[in-house]
Design a protein around this ligand. Structure first.
Ligand code: ADP
Length: 670
């Protein structure tokens, strides 16, 4: 058995793993499906060797996420650690990054901004109440879930001062454009105050579509931040201008606190109620329905199942419990996928195009669809309390052509697929709606670091919150409105989006500190600057991604991905509806469009692999590292009946990506 499989066996035992949906500095994130509940998850995969000095950052992130449970914080379900890899199984947010949402829409209206901002305030009030400062707040770290609500991610730079949030921190970290002046100046700072500054920058980005302080040259950027002056565009209402000013106050003591934000007049407008910040899913709460379902299937008593869940080991037990709870909270039956009919709705989209018994490898191919083979899974089934399958033949990895349903077993005890058991389940499900509400209304026992007003209204409103699917972007539409500079793209060797090794970046930071103003050559203009210095934690910190202007860009696919395998097998181009990550052409012949793009990619130094009408593109940096990865897919649109090009950024700086794709599409003269 190949080593890589051994390394991933724990993962494959419980999850089906699909395509890459994102990648960060060190992690690749793949779409997955928790076999037992049929729920979609995001699997963050990190190679320990690649993490190097940043391994502690991952540990910090895991510890923080274990301690946080809130409707606007991405939930951690399970952590699997092998000798070489760390897998974090997370709540899946199919809507993509808030960053991409903003650039796709140019900027958001005040009303839509308010919906999102209330959720950000809710998340931050909760995070602060738990004693944490996030320290890397930016729209790339807010994901959109299936209900169009925000979820905060990336706690790798968070801090939990031992003496409480009022204690000063020293580590300068995060993304410079969002960093408070006291951080830039290297002063000791209060984490929650610095977070409010970043929230101000974020609010500005939502309302304006670009950053208040921006420059390619870090020293110039720092000067702008420490001067604290920014221009308010004419479309901002007086109320917005005032709130931004109150948040981006140079003196942290004069800055608004999150507590003040909860019932700030701007935040309350149209709601007439403060932000609800308490967790609707308090840590440690035990849901009886989930316990019952698990107890039945584990053939344990409810008491011992409860005891097992209460260990909160972030193993398969925790994941199963939390995913069942998530199902319940979304009004789905609290059921494990043991019967062919148990989770049809949640399983079917992911299963399309997958082949039963197909063993796909875990490869570097971004598009690999990975499914643990039956043979492979069976190696581990015996010692897995969750998959008490007597016979391999009873397991199915579903495919529409073979079996539309989830993994199931036909052993009598396992499925309890008798009419009696089904009736028990139905009875339980019927009593569910009211219990759901009760469960959601349970008050948490959070440790409050500061006194906050009690929650009164839901923070999330779906009002004005749906993405505007009619927004079309064409390469030329993505014009730069505030006149900020455009970066020359040097796809090969340009390395402008590359994450350099820490040491090199730390040295670069020192160098920058000594040189007043340093013009970056394209090669050196890494947008990810490590602001690493040792401080409160004594650990090296990785700088976040730094995006320059949040100009209209080409964005990533926001809807759930179709399994790539299916795409690869298709003979013709896909027929899709117009969505805002699709560029319309005036042409009607998809092959002609495809050929035009194919001829232009080598000219732009873009490597690609072709699968049908999908081109998986990459650019490389100086040291053989992939600096940019994205997909271009030629597809047919229905209304109007023309050829479209779907774009999706998988890796790399959004700004550089925007220009590269614009360049490719305009040169292709389509
Ligand atoms: P890193 O810590 O290496 O920066 P991130 O946690 O930022 O990695 O994840 C990288 C990207 O993967 C994100 O920007 C996002 O696009 C995607 N991603 C991360 N977590 C999720 C999730 N829970 N659901 C959907 N996509 C995710």
């Amino acid at each position: 058995m190949p080593v890589e499989r051994t390394e991933h066996h724990e993962l494959f035992k419980y999850y089906e793993v699909y395509e890459t949906i994102g990648s960060g500095g060190f992690a690749k994130v793949k779409l997955g499906r928790h076999i037992l509940t049929g729920e979609n998850v995001a699997i963050k995969i990190m190679n320990k060797k690649d993490l190097g000095d940043d391994l502690p950052r991952v540990k910090v992130e895991i510890e923080a996420m274990k301690n946080l449970s809130h409707q606007h914080v991405c939930r951690l379900y399970q952590v699997i650690e092998t000798s070489t890899q760390i897998f974090m199984v997370l709540e899946y947010c199919p809507g993509g990054e808030l960053f991409d949402y903003i650039i796709a829409k140019d900027r958001l209206s005040e009303e839509e901004t308010r919906v999102f901002f209330r959720q950000i305030v809710s998340a931050m009030a909760y995070v602060h109440s738990q004693g944490y400062a996030h320290r890397d707040l930016k729209p790339e770290n807010l994901l959109i879930d299936e209900d169009h609500n925000l979820k905060l991610i990336d706690f790798g730079l968070c801090a939990k001062p031992k003496g409480g949030l009022g204690f000063e921190l020293k580590t300068c970290c995060g993304s410079p454009a969002y960093a408070a002046p006291e951080l830039i100046q290297g002063k000791a700072y209060i984490g929650s105050e610095a977070d409010v500054w970043s929230m101000g920058v974020l609010l500005f980005a939502l309302l304006c579509g670009y950053l208040p302080f921006d420059d390619d040259n870090c020293m110039v950027l720092y000067r702008k931040i420490t001067r604290g002056t920014y221009e308010n565009p004419r479309w901002l209402s007086p109320g917005s201008v005032l709130l931004l000013n109150q948040m981006m106050q140079m003196d942290p003591k004069r800055r608004l606190s999150v507590r003040h934000l909860l019932d700030h007049p701007w935040v309350m407008k149209d709601y007439n109620s403060p932000v609800e910040w308490h967790s609707r899913q308090p840590l440690g709460h035990i849901d009886e329905d989930c316990i019952t379902e698990m107890a039945v299937n584990m053939k344990r008593s409810r008491a011992s199942t409860t005891a097992l869940v209460k260990e909160w080991r972030y193993d398969q037990t925790t994941a199963t419990y939390l995913l069942l709870l998530s199902k319940k909270q979304r009004g789905k039956p609290v059921r494990l996928c043991l019967e062919p009919t148990a989770c049809e709705d949640s399983c079917s989209p992911l299963h399309q195009g997958l082949q039963t018994r197909e063993a796909l490898h875990f490869s570097e191919d971004e598009d690999a669809v990975i499914v643990g083979s039956l043979e492979f899974c069976s190696d581990y089934i015996d010692d897995c309390p969750w998959v008490s399958v007597a016979n391999n033949k009873d397991m199915r990895l579903a495919s529409p052509s073979v079996e539309k349903k989830c993994v199931y077993s036909s052993t009598p005890e396992r499925g309890r697929t008798t009419a009696q058991h089904r009736q028990e389940r139905r009875d339980r499900d019927q009593g569910q709606t009211s219990e759901n509400k009760e469960n959601i209304a349970v008050q948490e026992k959070d440790v409050e670091i500061f006194a906050l007003p009690p929650p009164r209204t839901p923070a999330s409103s779906k009002k004005n919150a749906r993405p505007n699917k009619n927004v079309l972007t064409t390469p030329n539409q993505n014009a730069n409105v505030n006149g900020t500079k455009t970066n020359a793209v040097t796809p090969k060797g340009g390395g402008s989006a590359s994450k350099e090794p820490n040491k090199k970046r730390a040295a670069e930071f020192k160098e920058l500190a000594n040189v007043e103003i340093l013009a970056f050559s394209p090669e050196r203009r890494s947008r990810s600057l490590d602001m690493a210095v040792t401080g409160d934690s004594g650990k090296k910190k990785r700088g976040g991604k730094v995006f320059g202007s949040l100009e209209r860009g080409l964005d990533k696919m926001i809807t759930m991905l179709t399994p790539s395998k299916k795409r690869a097998l298709r003979v013709g181009p896909r027929k899709i509806k117009v969505q805002y990550n699709v560029t319309l052409t005036s042409q009607t012949n998809p092959d002609q469009v495809l050929n035009q793009i194919l001829s232009i990619l080598p000219e732009k130094n873009v490597d690609f692999t072709q699968k049908g009408y999908t081109l998986k593109c990459r650019t490389w940096g100086d040291f053989g590292k992939v600096t940019m990865a994205f997909e271009l897919e030629v597809c047919l649109l229905q209304r109007p009946e023309v050829v479209g090009i779907r774009r999706q950024r998988l890796k790399g700086d959004a700004w550089v990506y925007k220009h590269l794709v614009e360049d490719i599409l305009s040169t292709s003269s389509i």
